[in-house]
Design a protein around this ligand. Sequence first.
Ligand SMILES: [Fe+2]
Ligand SMILES: [Fe+2]
Length: 374
Amino acid sequence: MEPFRADLDPAEDLEELPQLLDELDQEDAPEDRVSDDQRILELIEHAKHGRNGLGTILRNISHYAFPTILLSERLNIAWTNREYEETFKDEEKALPRNLAADFPNELHSEGLNKIYKAINDPDSSYSYRGKLKAILKHRHNREFNVIITPIFIETPDRPSLYQALFDDITEEQRAILQNTFLSLLEASKLKDNDTGKHIQRVGEYSKIIAEHLYRQNLEPDINPEFIDSIQFLAQMHDVGKIGTPDDILNKEDALNETEWEIMREHTINGAYIMSTYPHPMAREIALFHHERWDGNGYPYRLSETMIPLSARIVAVADVYDALRMERSYKESIEHGEAVSIILADRGSHFDPTVVDAFLEQQRLIESVYGELLD
Ligand SMILES: [Fe+2]
Ligand SMILES: [Fe+2]
């Protein structure tokens, strides 16, 4: 019987997988372990009619709250529970298909190779435990703990197939990561005369603007993950001020040219600090939030869409809040006046599309300012 070819996406990357597995087979697998995925489909079919011990396993994992699948040794998915279908099914993807079809960004990482080797290796008890990244419906990036265990049906010393259970740990991972950077944020608040509330409000406004652009389908780069990220990372926009001398930050009189030069370096310092954050948006916001649409900003005088979208959004949010805030050297400006100032700079300082989104959402933005007063 011909072993089936995995039903892979037409993407070029995925076409390499069967070949990759063939190579691995030749390298590692003994003759008699050459897979027969058709046999597994038959096992599952028989199990449905109660003709082998797999029936009980199937009934149990049907009800698992975790996405769970049955896999062949060649990482072909032969069966999925409902939770898995709901989590992963983007469009109609027929079974059997390879695990790589659901985790395409792992194809060139070591992830799938490691799994393949582990589940075919008695020394690792034919098991695997590790992490996999997936891009799900609506382009959500999710990270999963995956636990793969063997199922012995036909022979006691060789798995017939495998159960793989997925646990979404994205939120957990994000919380750990953000906590690390929160202390940095606290440190930067001590330095800066801008208040902690300013930072929080800029995060909220940025999220509101990004959500509007997403809902109206105005920016293809925005997805739910972008919205979550910008809310947190917009707060870090001035983290580079940690490196700015206090007498410049707190100077009451106007800065002279040398002092301005040092002040502008907070963008480059911020980018340096945020470069360890594993999302490019962190660095982009810190580095480019003072660039202008017309190319007259700093540090690099980038213009228009050369400036990353995240930074174009934060620029509007930051300036609006700076206008509203009372500072030692200036009175607070009313919402309407702040809006007129931003509108006057539409297409010069600011991206027109972002200003339009800001205008559409100005009531909500004004209420955030009211709720998060200093
Ligand atoms: Fe700044
Ligand atoms: Fe700011």
